[in-house]
Design a protein around this ligand. Structure first.
Ligand code: COA
Length: 538
């Protein structure tokens, strides 16, 4: 394989300016992540301690095998939503190692409104279940939740993808043989009660844990009966009388130990086999990505400069290097795992789309995971290109991406606009994981372009009806809100708040995250996949 030779001048002013720009974005990201992890009210902290409970961070510390990596999922979900303090949508989630097995872990945070489930919390739970399903990961839930966040009950309850879907999925996990282990660490009310009920193993913490369909406040409201949480659904009731819970734990730490024992007793994972090599660091320091990525999305640069800082030995076997040059395709290794990489080097033309289609099919046949480095303004437009069939060639690429059965991973490293998002495996194309870099933007098109389209439509309309053309002030009145909205709603924080991605990554840690993610995807078998295609438009 050829080593990618970098042409980036790391002592140039441009590099320095890019570096400082990304440094600021990453510092903002880290500060928001720290807040999400730690910022809780003194009252909530005191209440948690008074009840003898560990914090979510401490619970994770007890649960996860020491010294093993933790791949957090959507830590900034619900960022800036509600009162701005429903950190991580009220639920910490991630993939960690427990008893030697990779598992999906979710943990309600009782210090955020009693661990209640907000609409984004439902969306996050469903996303985590989807990750576990696609990657065949056992699922551990540390439950401590007052159930639905009642002021927003209409947004968490009635629809197909609302709360009920979580328990529906749990039934299917059980049917598919995906182990589900639940530790009851607080009051599990209503919806919260169904999670243990639908799990394979239920560990119940004495005194602080309780399970009931209606908690004491609801029982009081419904029947007038005064009953304590312990009498209604405490550990003794469920371990001794009802049989709802299977293992009695003395406290949170003991519960985590029991979960670890259950995990260790599961049969070992049989990992799918893909091409592997001895892992090697890239020749170029991944930290240099801060200086490589331009400050403006519109500044072109060679995606090979990113690949050189992500892959083992900075080596890649490039496929069709001279054909369709606006898309770079090639085979490389990340932490020793073979991947097929597709990275944008400009807008997608027919040739680049056809090259992508062929490359994806090759990777799919040989069982090589696909990595999409997405920085795309869209497919080329215009009379000539329509006549040459850009729409049908784009279709082939989108079709191949949609139906590829190998694990797909996507990192949005810059722009993610229009159908380019589809062809480069955006969220709708079921990548096993999708992350954004902090500089990334997502939307149907950039704000400037969207404003131009609307101004053009308005001008045509005025001309058609014989009215005065648009004056500069009117143009600005159309342009400004569109650009402002696109900037706000297209940025990485907005995307991650809405769970359009699995998190924002520091470019410098992306290689390590990808290595972990590929290892996770191999929990699902690769053999027996249906590699047939639909009909390609020729
Ligand atoms: N919806 C909205 N907010 C809720 C809530 C719910 N279901 N349950 C609790 N909260 C809020 C409380 O109003 C309080 O808010 P504040 O901090 O702004 O005052 C916060 O969560 C913590 O509640 P508190 O009762 O002080 O804490 P706790 O640790 O003593 O008890 C619960 C937490 C969740 C066990 C308890 O509040 C409870 O039983 N809630 C009702 C549960 C229920 O019946 N749910 C049915 C919904 S399906």
């Amino acid at each position: 394989m050829d080593v990618i030779e970098s042409r980036v001048e790391t002592r140039s002013d441009e590099y320095r300016a890019n570096y400082e720009h990304m440094e600021k974005l990453v510092a903002e990201l880290k500060s928001e992540l720290a807040k999400a992890r730690e910022e809780r009210s003194a009252t909530a902290r005191a209440r948690n301690a008074e009840l003898g409970k560990l914090t979510v961070q401490q619970r994770l510390g007890c649960l996860l095998d020491p010294g093993t990596p933790w791949l957090e999922v959507a830590p900034l979900a619900a960022h800036g939503m509600y009162d701005g303090k429903v950190y991580s949508a009220g639920t910490r989630a991630g993939i960690g190692v427990v008893g030697g097995r990779e598992v999906m872990v979710t943990a309600n945070d009782p210090m955020i409104k009693g661990g209640t489930i907000y609409p984004m919390g439902v969306k996050k739970s469903l996303r985590c279940q989807n990750i576990a399903l696609e990657n065949r990961l056992p699922y551990v839930s540390l439950i401590d939740s007052g159930g639905a966040y009642l002021p927003l009950q209409s947004e968490v309850f009635p629809d197909a993808d609302d709360g009920g879907r979580i328990f529906y999925n749990q039934a299917w996990f059980s049917k598919l043989g995906i182990p589900q282990i639940c530790a009851v660490m607080g009051l599990c009310t209503a919806g919260g009660a169904y999670i243990p009920a639908m799990s394979d193993h239920v560990v119940h913490v004495a005194r602080t844990g309780a399970i009931f369909l209606g908690g004491p406040p609801l029982v009081r409201a419904a029947t007038g009966e005064e009953v304590s949480a312990e009498e209604l659904g405490g550990a003794d009731v469920h371990c001794r009388l009802s049989g709802v819970s299977d293992y009695l734990a003395e406290d949170d730490a003991h519960a985590c130990q029991i979960v670890r024992d259950i995990m260790a007793a599961l049969p070992p994972a049989r990992k799918a086999q893909i091409a592997r090599r001895e892992p090697r660091p890239p020749r170029y320091d991944p930290h240099e990505l801060w200086g490589v990525v331009p400050r403006k999305l519109s500044t072109p640069y060679d995606v090979r400069e990113l690949i050189a800082r992500l892959v083992d030995g900075s080596e890649m076997l490039e496929f069709k290097a001279l054909y369709g040059p606006t898309l770079v395709c090639g085979w490389a290794y990340i932490h020793g795992y073979q991947v097929g990489i597709l990275g944008n080097n400009g807008v997608l033309f027919s040739e680049s789309a056809l090259k992508a289609t062929q490359f994806i099919q090759l990777c799919d046949r040989q069982g090589t995971p696909l990595l999409f480095l997405q920085n795309i303004a869209g497919y080329i437009v215009g009379k000539e290109y329509e006549r040459r069939g850009i729409t049908k060639d784009g279709h082939k690429m989108v079709h191949a991406v949609a139906t590829a059965t190998v694990p797909k991973l996507t990192v949005i490293v810059g722009a993610s606009f229009g159908a380019g998002n589809y062809g480069m495996c955006g969220r709708g194309y079921s990548p096993r994981f999708l992350w954004m870099w902090p500089n990334a933007q997502i939307g149907v098109m950039g704000g400037e372009q969207a404003a131009d389209v609307l101004i053009s439509v308005k001008s045509d309309q005025l001309a058609r009806t014989g009215q005065e053309p648009l004056q500069p002030a009117m143009i600005e009145a159309i342009r400004r809100p569109i650009i402002d909205a696109a900037l706000k709603e297209g940025n990485a924080f907005y995307s991650t708040a809405n769970l359009w991605d699995d998190g924002i990554l520091d470019p410098a840690t992306t290689r390590d995250v990808l290595g972990l993610a590929i290892a996770v995807t191999l929990n699902a078998p690769l053999e027996g996949r249906d590699q047939g295609q639909g009909v390609f438009r020729m």
